[in-house]
Write a protein that binds this ligand. Sequence first.
Ligand code: CAO
Length: 443
Amino acid sequence: MTNSMAIQEVLVPDIGNFDSVDVIEILVKAGDLVAKDDSLITMESDKASMDIPSPFAGVVKEIKIKVGDKAAQGALILTMDVNDVVAPVAESKPVEVAKPAPVTVTPEPTRPAPEPPKPIAPINKPDPVGASHLASNGKLSHASPSVRKFARELGVNLSLVAASGNKNRILTTDVQTYVKGELAKPRSDNMGAGSGLTTLAMPVIDFSQFGEISHKPLSRIKKLSGTNLHRNWVTAPHVTQFDEADITDLEDFRKSMQADAEKRGVKLTMLAFLIKASVNALKAYPNFNASLSPDGDSLILKNYFNVGFACDTPDGLVVPVVRDVHQKDVLDIARDLGELSAKARERKLKIEEMQGGCFTISSLGGIGGTMFTPIINCPEVAILGVSRSSMQPVYDAKIKIFEPRLILPMSLSYDHRVIDGADGARFTSHMRMMLSDVRRLLL
Ligand code: CAO
């Protein structure tokens, strides 16, 4: 049926055994010049998707259907001004899945019989309703159901794909080219939603061209800790606050207690005092004894005080945790340190002995170095690094003299999302105060 000699109605053709099918995409708009067989809309049932081709060449007058409608055979899709380029189909044919039925052209402008849609492709997941495939040039991009399916499977947005086919049609090879191009681009690492981090791909270099090489596989611990350290490094914005503590008196005290501790089978190390002092500082600055909630909206404050310590083992770095430090004296802490370190080196640490930490200390004092920037053991929010203490001249203003004092370098890295710089400096000042005054520390 025609509204005038030039205006033709385009109806949903025979679409096979489907009563009512979703319209998932409108591929043309009013004013578009379409050729016969150009896709007009895409329909999708729960089993198949199909493009409905234009039975005529002409100019689209009015779209009579919209995305989200359900339509059956005979439903009006659009009207088209065909002027004198009418090419209606002679007879209605059922849908053929593999190939469209041949079209017979008659010169009379009769109501077009439904034409078979393009081959049916099984569906994966429809694109978001209403998401027209507008190409970068602003025109609608066309693709067969099989190409759309292919793109959906790969998660490719067809509007971003350059079409090389006839009449701006996107071909399978166009989708492949697009994917190859995207893969070759600098990689966006999976570092949490919205991280926005883009890193250059590491170049693959054959080092043997420069000299002799050999391969050494990474230990399981090294692989695991490497992945965690990398995540923590890129997730938490780190700031490292450096400070120094005068531990002259503390070291004298430790040495004076050493023999007594040994009798009890304990090696009284500086680390035990550091752990004790850190809990005092965590109590004074509770935001350090916290974790950021997963949604990033709040702080989870902890009323327990478990302190982890980085332990160097032949297999790599592990972090055993001394539990309930606030309920322990320095000797208890030193005993725990000795036992946990021994277990770590003998690979006998249990998982639960490495869990539940609130704060971590990484001591390189026994090895060397002046300062370093430790990586936070997330989801903790801070870590204290200590380096090798050394005798330094310290000016005593009261007696106007330089005195040799044992100075311990400290490096506190904190998560700047949680801790402000002022609190970072307050925390290390508190540590300095505790470590320089044994009485306070042991109270
Ligand atoms: N300054 C100077 N000397 C120090 C010191 C310091 N800050 N800390 C420790 N020492 C000395 C000790 O007095 C001891 O000397 P003696 O043998 O003469 O008594 C010696 O260094 C070795 O100490 P230790 O290793 O027995 O004990 P510790 O408490 O210092 O360390 C542990 C224990 C488990 C922390 C350590 O063995 C370790 O594994 N450290 C490496 C941690 C690490 O790898 N951190 C980096 C992680 S990446 O962020």
